[in-house]
Ligand binder design. Sequence first.
Ligand code: SF4
Length: 166
Amino acid sequence: MSESWRRHAVCRTMPPGTFFVNDPGEVEVVKKVCRGCPVVEACAAYALAQEDAPGVWGAMSEADRHKRRRQGQTAARKERSAAALRQKAAVGSMLTMLERQLAHPGRWVWVRNYAGPGSAGAVASQLRSGDRLVPPGRWQFEARASAGGGSDLYALYEGADEAAAS
Ligand code: SF4
């Protein structure tokens, strides 16, 4: 990350130590100086990336930065679990779609659309290799390009697995 923003820092011309205060009242005064600084956002981003920068940076005390990092981590954790739930729902709906085909063997059916051009192909490979849950039986999976630049996954249920049926 470029640090050219430092050239425009208001604190460049201020006495060293001005931003290294602990008294809550002094911290608030210094934060006000930061709020009027043209590079406050770049400074805040820099300070958030440094675990051990003492004092006030980007209108944030050390405690403020600690809190912001924790909030960021919580938000990232929530996004990860939401993504996992979305993934689970997608897998569940795909399985339901495939289970429906057990009554209609020998027919190619559309299963899902993916935004990425290679995504349906990657899923088709996982399904063929058994990396993803598929109802028992003989299946074929195919990826085809879709109109919007994405890809579609198709499946064909051929019938019961002869080895399992005998
Ligand atoms: S935001 Fe505050 S600490 Fe950062 S450069 Fe500006 S005056 Fe200095």
